[in-house]
Write a protein that binds this ligand. Structure first.
Ligand code: GDP
Ligand code: MG
Length: 298
């Protein structure tokens, strides 16, 4: 079951609802260059949404002076279930001499998507609503092992009322288990200290105990320590796995003992896809809409 996505396994109830609603999920990836955004997206959806990049390419002097926003859509199918997945990449974030406003084009993009939705709601014919809002924003933290950087804090503070933030520790194979444990604590302490709201899964009274403990396990891993790789390597016993090879062994992407990639994927594609969409609509979008209408004096 290597690289298997998992949305075809959604509980029936959720499934029927999603299929009816069109099953379209949009996620954004943000973080400094080289932290593995493109690789993670490939790993996550096991497709080649991104053209392979030559690792040795140096940034040319013509690199754009602002953050770019690139959306890529792919229809993926698993066991006859179709999912239209859009990934919005933001190359350029944090790459400039002055990164003070790196968050701005990203916030603008998220709000422009809200505006487009609002405009459709105001139309007389609301049958064919297209939902291009961002349902989750995976924010990549550099694996320094120390603390969040001012750039991270500023981004999250500016964006947390507009998008479901899911922080991840990038390239966690470069840290030891103990370093990850300590780093996670520091990141969460920083997040609390700065009153940043990251995505929290709601709990329902009617959830069965299995669901509750599954949710708890997922939430306990945030910020997910991830490892991305779109290459197969040979692990113990000659198994072919997606992973990264080191002189001392192989880090397996799909092994929960090795990293939190499986948990992140589970959350996005299986357990929380609908929740992320609902929170986006019911809370984030609704607040935006209210603020906007109030500003217009309506
Ligand atoms: P992006 O600029 O954020 O899109 O980063 P890329 O996905 O292009 O990755 C940049 C480099 O980091 C490439 O050489 C990848 O092979 C490597 N890389 C990506 N993910 C990981 C990871 O989890 N661990 C390690 N060690 N390297 C990674
Ligand atoms: Mg990239």
């Amino acid at each position: 079951l290597q690289g298997y996505v998992g949305f075809a396994n959604l509980p029936n109830q959720v499934h029927r609802k999603s299929v009816k609603k069109g099953f379209h999920f949009t996620t954004m990836v943000v973080g400094e260059s080289g932290l593995g955004k493109s690789t993670l997206v490939n790993t996550l959806f096991n497709t080649t949404l991104y053209p392979a990049k030559n690792d040795t390419v140096e940034l040319s002097p013509e690199v754009p002076k602002t953050v770019e926003i690139q959306a890529i859509t792919a229809d993926i199918e698993e066991n006859g279930v179709k999912l239209r997945l859009t990934v919005v990449d933001t190359p350029g974030f944090g790459d400039f001499v002055n990164n003070e406003e790196s968050w701005k084009p990203i916030l603008d993009n998220i709000e422009a998507r809200f505006d487009a939705y609002l405009e459709q709601e105001n139309r007389v014919n609301r049958h064919k609503m297209v939902d291009n809002r961002i349902h989750a924003c995976i924010y990549f933290i550099q694996p320094t092992g120390h603390a969040l950087k001012p750039l991270d804090i500023e981004f999250m503070r500016r964006l947390h009322t507009r998008v479901n933030l899911i922080p991840v520790i990038a390239k966690s194979d470069t840290l030891t288990e103990e370093e990850i444990r300590v780093f996670k604590e520091r990141i969460l302490a920083d997040i609390t200290h700065h009153n940043i709201h990251i995505y929290q899964a709601p709990q329902y009274e009617y959830d069965d105990s299995e669901t509750i403990s599954e949710n708890r396990e997922i939430m306990a891993k945030i910020p997910f320590a991830i490892v991305g790789s779109d290459k197969e390597v040979e692990a113990e016993g000659g198994r072919r796995v997606r992973g990264r090879k080191y002189p001392w062994g192989v880090i397996e992407v799909d092994n929960e003992e090795h990293c939190d990639f499986v948990k992140l994927r589970q959350m996005l594609i299986r357990t929380h896809m609908e929740e992320l969409k609902e929170y986006t609509n019911d809370v984030l979008y609704e607040n935006y809409r209210t603020e906007k209408l109030m500003a217009m004096g309506i």
